[in-house]
Each structure stands twice: as structure tokens, then as C-alpha cells.
Design a protein around this ligand. Structure first.
Ligand code: NAD
Length: 248
């Protein structure tokens, strides 16, 4: 599996799953545009790690929820690298709370980042990929988008929305040689899950047939497959990386 000569954009690449995806794609030859929104040092650390392994990449600051910023950033990336072959929509946030108490702003922030953010980036990259008549788009969803979760109506709605977005755009872009797929992680060890109490973590583990949380590299491996030539005939699909917790 080689991505030599390819250019990849990964949103939210400064830490967690996004950073692991950046490192994996760079390790197999892609030049990586690492997006961040608020932590330049963390994003630069991702680049330093890429370079340490002999890879190539640069950082780009933009808020995925802001369509004007996204348009400008994708134009700059295209100018800098001459092309974009891979887009991974990884940026995501949680603002948990029971529906009865959920503030409008918490609904809006999660939908704007997790769903509209992916729409903004796909829209910005699709023109470039259509001209190239090739491309790979991967949307990072979640098991919660498929099974729902009390206290996460906003997050589940946004991630379920990604399913419709992925499948619709897959149909729109298939004839141009562009595939659009998703990866739906279960519970993965990152900052997002580190806030869970020991009690909640042990309940979650008891519901995972493999008995353990996943690692960021498990998600990165699935993304690497979907953007490779091996996956050229696969579009509109989701890979469920969850230790058997949900079998989609
Ligand atoms: P994380 O909180 O560690 O990282 C999220 C990244 O997104 C950060 O780099 C953050 O800066 C970035 N981001 C947030 N808002 C942004 C914005 N508006 N513009 C640009 N970047 C923004 O989380 P993570 O666990 O690494 O999650 C990565 C993705 O995987 C998310 O989409 C998340 O929903 C999904 N996911 C995570 C898990 C898990 O167990 N950790 C499970 C299922 C799905």
C-alpha cells in the first residue's frame, strides 16, 4: 500500500485519532496538510513527528464550521501542493447533555462542526478532485451515529447525518473516479474518552466483545485502507472499528 505522490488533507490533525491518521498516511508516502483550529503547537508537533519519520507536510489553520475559511484554506493547499487526492473529515466535538436540558448552542455547535464541517470541506475539495477525475474522501463517524446514546442526541444526529451525506455524495461523485466512505469508531482511547469515569469505562468494556477500548492506530489503519488503490471499487460504505460492539 503506497500513497507516494498523493496529497492528503486531514481535519483536526493536531491530536488523537486525527494525528494518528496524519502519521499513518505520511508513513505510506502521502504529503499531509494537517488542519487545526486552536492549537498551533499541537499541530506543529504532528508535523514534527511526520518529519522525524522522513515524511512531508504542513499545518493549515481553519475552522471547519466556517465555509469562507474552508474555501480559502483549500485554495491555499491546492496552490501549495498542486493537487488534493485525499480528504479525511476527522474534526469533531461533543457537547453532551440530556435532550430536555440541551442548550440550542450545544446542538448548533456540534451539528456545525461534525456535520456542516464535513459538508464544507467536501464542497471545497470536490471541484479539485473532479478536475483530477480521482479522489478519496473518508468521513469519521461514530458507533453513536448508528446506535444512538442517551445524553448525545446532538452528536448522534450529526454522525447519523454523515451517513446520508457520505452515501449521497458517493453517488454524485462516483462517475468522476472519487470514492466517499466512512469509518465509524467505537470507543477509542483519546482525549475525547479520557473524561469518562472508571465506572462508565468498565461498563463500556463489558459491552465490547473484544473486552477493551480501541487504539487510534486501529482507526488510522481503516482509513489507510479506504484511501488506497485496494479500495478503488468501494464507495458509500462504512467500516465499523469497534471490537465487535456493533456489527453494521
Ligand atoms: P479529539 O477531541 O482528541 O480531537 C478532535 C480534533 O478535532 C481536535 O484536533 C480538535 O482541535 C479538532 N476540531 C474540533 N473542532 C474543530 C473545528 N471547528 N475545526 C477544525 N478542527 C476542529 O477527538 P478524537 O477522539 O481524536 O476524535 C476524532 C474524531 O473521531 C471525531 O470526529 C470523533 O467524533 C470521532 N470519534 C471518536 C471516538 C473516540 O472514542 N475517541 C469514537 C468515535 C468517533
Amino acid at each position: 500500500m503506497s500513497l507516494e505522490g498523493k496529497v492528503a488533507v486531514v481535519t483536526g490533525g493536531s491530536r488523537g485519532i486525527g494525528r494518528a491518521i496524519c502519521l499513518r498516511l505520511a508513513a505510506i508516502g502521502a504529503k499531509v496538510a494537517v488542519n487545526y483550529v486552536s492549537k498551533p503547537d499541537a499541530a506543529q508537533e504532528t508535523i514534527d513527528l511526520i518529519k522525524l519519520e522522513g515524511g512531508e507536510g504542513s499545518v493549515y489553520r481553519f475552522d471547519v464550521a466556517d465555509s469562507a475559511e474552508v474555501q480559502d484554506a483549500f485554495k491555499k493547499i491546492t496552490d501549495d501542493y498542486g493537487r488534493i487526492d485525499i480528504l479525511v473529515n476527522n474534526a469533531g466535538i461533543t457537547r453532551d447533555g440530556l435532550l430536555m436540558k440541551m442548550k440550542d448552542e450545544n446542538w448548533d455547535q456540534v451539528l456545525n462542526t461534525n456535520l456542516k464541517g464535513a459538508f464544507n470541506c467536501i464542497k471545497a475539495v470536490s471541484r479539485v478532485m473532479m478536475k483530477q477525475r480521482s479522489g478519496r474522501i473518508v468521513n469519521i463517524s461514530s458507533i453513536i451515529g448508528f446506535v444512538g446514546n442517551a445524553g448525545q442526541a446532538n452528536y448522534a444526529a450529526a454522525k447519523a447525518g454523515l451517513t446520508g451525506l457520505t452515501r449521497s455524495v458517493a453517488k454524485e461523485l462516483a462517475s468522476r473516479g472519487i470514492t466517499v466512505n466512512g469509518v465509524a469508531p467505537g470507543y477509542i482511547v483519546t482525549d475525547m474518552t479520557s473524561g469518562l469515569s472508571e465506572e462508565v469505562t468498565s461498563i463500556i468494556k463489558s459491552e465490547i466483545p473484544m473486552g477493551t477500548l480501541g487504539e487510534v492506530e486501529d482507526v488510522a489503519g481503516a482509513v489507510a485502507y479506504l484511501v488506497s488503490d485496494d479500495a478503488r471499487y468501494l464507495t458509500g460504505q462504512f467500516l465499523h472499528v469497534n471490537g465487535g460492539m456493533f456489527m453494521g
